[in-house]
Write a protein that binds this ligand. Structure first.
Ligand SMILES: Nc1ncnc2c1ncn2[C@@H]1O[C@H](COP(=O)(O)OP(=O)(O)OP(=O)(O)O)[C@@H](O)[C@H]1O
Ligand SMILES: [Mg+2]
Length: 453
């Protein structure tokens, strides 16, 4: 009726006045965040951040939810369904979020049903007196929090290098510091160091250093070096880049790999002493240093040609650790593990490159108690005192202790496991004694049955 009886120009001005009048009375402001903006196939970053941000409050408030599987089919995430509304409060200001979708049918002729083109959006509604606060601090908070939740929820990855690129599998190692057999004091120190590092972005930029930290884990085989790396990744929620140096062609490829790593990650080089020929390279490095003092240009060309036709060198590795870091931002840990710390070049492990040196050693009684609790659910036992005095005398790795404590029959018989451990320790003690008496005698290890010896 309105369209029929009012002339066109009158209709437009009535509509405009009506809208003005309405917005004068209506005290709220709305902002729409569309899922797709501009390029049809680029999902809006803001929309994704809002979706994750709202997933926590919406699962408590909304009546209709959408479920989605993330983390490699392991956990469900709930977000609000279309046309739902949830309220949120930030620093005492209340806002409302509503979800919705616009459906536009595509006009193509086909016998098969064409899926409708759905455009989802979130609408934010707030009182107009909070305009500056909402468009400033509140939306910043939403974006930041949304991204942080996404990082927490993501499936973490374990990368390995193949050629000059990384390939990955989901990282699902269950190791935690809680379960790690180590003196409590040392454990606390490492955990504090890691957490301080992960929160120290401002400190690092304040003192003008790249946000990275180097750890050197050393100790005999089976003392938990690799397990500690996994526990570090789990504690901080980082990805792991397991760098196999022997598979890297040259220094250039090493740099390429480095640049391709992401922020919030641990770059591990296991058994660093076996990866590069450090003694050989040290000689070369000295020679190079002499040249450098005499003729910098000649030194440069020599290094260039060396890096092009040889394998990874010590100097390449050193550049890898500190040369390029400042260029690619973000937090990173570099971890080296080795069985022979004394074999390493001092240049490689000086402070500033490897900031923290952690020795992982044979199993102490404190460490044993953690293992007994993990494997046998034992807090105390009358055999503990015997084990305590044996552990003070005998060097045995946590891996060997863990092996004796592994349940071999069901139901678990804790006492027989502890007896096994005592036998193993006594066997080792006997061996050590024989070794002292006959230093040239090679004794085979029979942990389970020392009588055989
Ligand atoms: N400190 C520890 N706490 C708990 N478990 C441990 C510890 N040390 C070793 N283990 C157990 O022993 C096994 C071997 O440990 P891990 O691979 O971490 O040793 P490693 O020090 O990396 O040895 P390698 O030098 O041979 O690489 C692990 O599966 C783990 O279960
Ligand atoms: Mg290891």
């Amino acid at each position: 009726i309105f369209q029929q009886y009012f002339p066109n120009h009158l209709r437009i001005s009535i509509e405009t006045y009506f809208q003005r009048f309405f917005s004068f009375l209506y005290p709220y402001i709305q902002i729409t965040f569309n899922e797709f903006t501009g390029e049809r196939f680029m999902r809006s970053e803001a929309y994704a951040a809002i979706e994750t941000y709202l997933s926590s409050s919406s699962s408590a408030q909304a009546r209709r939810l959408k479920a989605e599987i993330i983390k490699n089919s392991q956990s469900l995430v709930l977000t609000m369904d279309d046309n739902e509304e949830v309220a949120d409060e930030f620093e005492g200001v209340k806002v409302w979020w509503a979800s919705g979708k616009n459906v536009s049918k595509t006009q193509t002729f086909s016998f098969q049903p064409v899926p409708a083109d759905e455009k989802r959006y979130y609408k934010l509604k707030f009182h107009k007196k909070h305009r500056d606060f909402i468009t400033g601090s509140y939306l910043n908070h939403v974006m930041k929090e949304g991204k942080a939740i996404k990082v927490r929820n993501r499936q973490r990855k374990l990368y390995t290098n193949s050629g000059s690129s990384w390939s990955f599998v989901p990282f699902e190692h269950p190791a935690t510091f809680q379960k790690l057999a180590m003196e409590p004091e040392k454990k606390r120190e490492i955990v504090n160091d890691l957490i301080t590092f992960s929160k120290a972005e401002e400190f690092y930029s304040g003192v003008g250093r790249a946000w990275k930290r180097g750890y050197l884990l050393y100790g005999p085989p089976g003392t938990g070096k690799s397990t500690t790396v996994a526990a570090m990744a789990n504690l901080l929620g980082y990805d792991i880049y397991d760098l196999e140096l022997t598979a890297v062609k040259d220094n250039t490829e090493l740099k390429k790999l480095l640049i391709a790593t992401s922020s919030k990650s641990i770059i591990v080089i296991e058994d660093i002493d076996c990866s590069v020929d450090l003694t050989g390279q040290r000689g070369k490095k000295r020679e190079k240093k002499d040249i450098e003092e005499n003729d910098p240009v000649q030194k440069f060309t020599k290094e260039e040609s060396e890096s092009r036709n040889s394998k990874v060198t010590l100097s390449g590795l050193l550049n890898f650790i500190d040369g390029l870091w400042s260029a690619c931002g973000g937090e990173r840990l570099v971890v080296f593990t080795t069985n022979y710390v004394e074999k390493l070049d001092p240049a490689l492990i000086r402070r500033g490159r490897m900031d923290k040196h952690i020795e992982l050693s044979y199993c102490s009684f404190e460490a044993f108690k953690v293992l007994a609790k993990n494997y046998l659910k034992l807090e105390s036992h009358y055999l503990f005192s015997t084990i305590h005095s044996l552990l003070d005398e005998i060097k045995i790795t946590p891996a060997d202790v863990a092996e004796t404590l592994m349940p071999k029959i069901a139901p678990v018989d804790a006492e027989s496991c502890l007896q096994d451990l005592i036998l193993a320790l006594e066997g080792a003690k006997k061996q050590a004694g024989m070794g002292e008496m006959y230093p040239n005698l090679k004794v085979l290890r029979h942990h389970q049955n020392p009588e055989k010896e």
